[in-house]
Design a protein around this ligand. Sequence first.
Ligand code: ADP
Length: 244
Amino acid sequence: MISIQGLYKQFGKLEVLKGIDLEVAKGNVVVIIGPSGSGKTTMLRCLNVLETPTKGVISIEGNTLDFSRTVPKKNIASFRRLTGMVFQSYNLFPHKTAIENVMEGPIIVKRENKDFARKKAQTLLEKVGLGDKIDFYPAQLSGGQQQRVGIARALAMEPKVMLFDEPTSALDPELVGEVLKVMKDLANEGMTMIVVTHEMRFAREAADEVIFMDQGVVVERNKPEEIFTNPKEERTKKFLNMIQ
Ligand code: ADP
């Protein structure tokens, strides 16, 4: 469903992605792990075209962008709508309530009718366990609640794929579980997901496949039980020894 071929990204002279190839099947959950600075976030941002790759081809459900040529802006806009992104720092609009945050994209970008968008937002906020907080502003919500609004907001755009960029890294430890639970529920419903995270338990329990990245390349990919108990590559072993 998702295919990345020969993806390169350079910031000035710094080559951050050095030829990433990756396929993800529909309904699968792929967790990306690796040392800080290895290019995990940059790869996700390239998939959402928040960063423009230097080179490479990315495809989602038959929609393809080839960055060896100039890609028209309108192609980027429609491609971006295939993915929903959840950020480490939530990025909610502070002056909008939870439900207004969730309705904003569908009304502005998808031109959905306001009543329809509101109903959908209400259902999504109930789904992430915030049915009683729909009129709260971000500042009145805990980090875990804000992040769940962030997930509902991404889902409201009805993406084909959900991208999570360290969604629990900014949270106090006691709030991590509620966000991971929402993510696990989504995975169980068959959502295709790519998740950058340091939560190895989530990787073990929810991932179909774990990808280990280092220095801009995919070093190893395997089923979680394999990669955690029997890593093949020296670099993977070293990283797992460091964090476990
Ligand atoms: P990871 O998510 O694995 O920690 P990142 O993708 O965030 O890694 O970063 C990889 C490298 O790219 C880092 O050296 C980082 O400083 C650099 N980098 C990321 N974004 C930018 C940017 N916008 N401009 C310049 N360098 C960047």
